[in-house]
Design a protein around this ligand. Structure first.
Ligand code: HEM
Length: 562
């Protein structure tokens, strides 16, 4: 009471003092700012400025939903090193629908169940787009390519690019390009073995997919794998930009901070310059090609885009071709490499599963790389496929994503989404959701992807259709696209899904036929580095030895205990 009386007295005194003299314009401005600020705090007590109150939604933290004016910005910034873990724990505490607000962005509703995925990826697909914020964050890197495109622009990219993903291409990749990259990989491993040096599998797999993808899609030979270890201009520029793109998701003021941090803005544009140079080189070489030279090689992705003519005869400019190049590099290089990196890590820390996969490879392929074909990879190696899928479930290379609502909508549980709000989801969190994947959701169990093929229980060892050894692990059982969203789902399902699976599986088979892999002693458990994909923060240091044991013939327990 005394304090209130003192406050009132002080205010009267100040008022009298102020009344004696005229206020300056600056004083008026300061006063107006203070009044606006206090009014804004009253209007936005627990959420970001300019967002609507949504008492119907659970806030990120129930007891402290967000700070006045900045909403959950502080939460996001303080967890920028471990955003996935943080989100996973929040889902565990507060359920599968949570909401955050961020200044400059607005409200995002974060979802963690397959029925929501089905709704946004398929049932009401047209209502959820990449939107302006996505483009604002990424256009300087990705231009107007497929990843940032919506509506007609997206349909054009999708249709043009889908022309190359045919079974004919897959057959020739498996029998040619993927085997030859695995041969280069073996050369690198052989020299490490001869020099008694451990190998950083992360670095090598990224170089493998860069080389393969560059050659196959744009006719560029980066020669990253076989070159001396050291800076890798293209790869390093790419890594910098994917990290920068990710940092923008949790920092809506990136356009200011990136310019303030010394050297950062220049480095950003230097890296973009490097990507542009490589893209320009690929286009230059292709445009200079004679028809005879073009005849002697296979058509690739660049051919389809460079020869594209719209109805009025317009062709793509070099700038548009640059965007195709960068978007596809983003799609194809890191993702498949990271699938292999995390998969080899999971195998090395799970000796039982390593034994099983080697056993299947030896049984079906009988020590020969010649037997690795498109059909064999697709149909006859269920355990290899299961291990890859289990890796992608727990370590999806595209681990989080966001879409914007074009119009008001109602989600399957009755939650309202208003026009302009964002919907976000994390493949990484949904893969660990026990309500979706069962009590062992956080464990690496490839057997969840297998069903026994032989109900009668007879011990067949030879495939009667092919005469080859039969996998003892039953059949691969695919999951619904909306439950297993590592490759996205619905009309925007990953275009390179089969490509990536074949590349990862054939590389795995060839390497496990020849080598044994063990983590270096005392290797730390890997953590995730901030990026739009899922790189490990640490190198994956591995001791590689040649296999001298011949095919492993000891079947180990394989079926999952339900
Ligand atoms: C394990 C490897 C891969 C994974 C986990 C993966 C995952 C994904 C995901 C989650 C998306 C949706 C991204 C978004 O909408 O923001 C996507 C889109 C896409 N992916 Fe992949 N991807 C992989 C490999 C590849 C490869 C090798 C290629 C090319 C050969 C490729 C081409 C594409 C394209 C073109 C899109 C855009 C599709 C569209 O928007 O219509 N991906 N991928």
């Amino acid at each position: 009471m005394a304090l209130v009386m003192a406050g009132i007295g002080l205010r009267r005194l100040l008022e009298r003092q102020m009344a004696k003299r005229k206020r300056t314009p600056i004083e008026y401005a300061v006063l107006a700012t203070i009044v606006c600020f206090v009014a804004a705090i009253i209007k936005y007590p627990n959420r970001a400025v300019f967002t609507n109150a949504r008492p119907d939604l659970k806030a990120l933290k129930r007891d402290a939903p967000g700070l006045p004016l900045i909403g959950n910005l502080a939460d996001m910034l303080s967890h920028r090193e471990d955003p996935l873990d943080y989100l996973h724990k929040t889902f565990q505490e507060h359920g599968d629908v949570i909401s955050i607000t961020m200044p400059m962005i607005g409200r995002a509703i974060i979802l963690n169940r397959p029925e929501f995925m089905e709704h946004i990826f398929k049932t009401n697909f047209d209502n959820y787009v990449k939107g302006d914020i996505f483009r604002w964050n990424l256009t300087d890197i990705l231009g107007r390519g497929i990843f940032v495109a919506d509506h007609e622009e997206w349909r054009f990219h999708r249709k043009t690019a889908s022309n190359i993903f045919t079974t004919k291409l897959y057959r020739s990749l498996v029998e040619g390009a993927f085997k030859s990259s695995a041969e280069d990989f073996s050369t690198v491993l052989d020299s490490a073995i001869a020099a008694h040096k451990p190998v950083d599998l992360q670095d090598k797999f990224l170089k493998l997919t860069l080389d393969a993808f560059g050659k196959l899609t744009f006719g560029l030979d980066f020669k990253a794998l076989l070159s001396e270890d050291g800076p890798n201009e293209f790869g390093d520029a790419f890594d910098f930009l994917t990290s920068a793109a990710d940092a923008r998701l949790s920092n809506p003021f990136w356009f200011i901070t990136d310019r303030i941090i010394p050297g950062r803005w220049k480095k950003h544009w230097d890296c973009i310059g490097i990507l542009n140079e490589y893209a320009a080189k690929a286009v230059r070489i292709r445009r200079a090609e004679t028809p005879e030279q073009a005849e002697t090689r296979k058509r690739d992705l660049l051919d389809h885009f460079i020869n594209y003519k719209s109805e009025d005869g317009t062709m793509l400019t070099d700038r548009e071709l640059r965007d195709v190049f960068v978007n596809f590099m983003m799609a194809g290089r890191d993702t498949t490499a990271q699938a292999l990196i995390w998969q080899f890590y999971c195998l090395m820390v799970n000796p039982r599963i390593m034994n099983n996969i080697v056993h299947e490879i030896d049984t079906v392929l009988e020590g020969s790389t010649e037997k690795i074909t498109y059909e064999v990879l697709m149909n006859e190696l269920p355990y290899v496929k299961a291990v890859l899928h289990e890796t992608l479930r727990l370590h999806p290379p595209v681990s989080k994503n966001v879409k914007q609502a074009v119009d008001d909508d109602i989600l399957p549980d009755g939650t309202r989404v208003y026009k302009g709000e964002f919907i976000a989801y994390s493949n990484w969190c949904m893969g660990r959701n026990k309500a979706v994947w069962g009590i062992d959701a956080e464990q690496f169990v490839p057997e969840r992807w297998l069903v026994s093929s032989d109900a009668s229980g007879s011990a067949m060892t030879v495939n009667p259709a092919t005469g080859r050894g039969l996998s003892p692990y039953g059949k691969f059982k695919p999951e619904s696209q909306f439950k297993f969203i590592a490759f996205n789902a619905g009309p925007r399902l990953c275009l390179g899904m089969t490509f990536a699976q074949l590349e990862a599986m054939s590389t795995t088979c060839i390497l496990l036929q020849r080598y044994q892999f063990q983590l270096t002693p005392g290797h730390p458990e890997p953590t995730v580095k901030g990026s739009i994909t899922l790189p490990m923060k640490e190198a994956l240091m591995t001791v590689v030895t040649k296999r001298t044991d011949g095919p492993v013939r000891v079947p180990l327990a394989s079926q999952r205990k339900e």
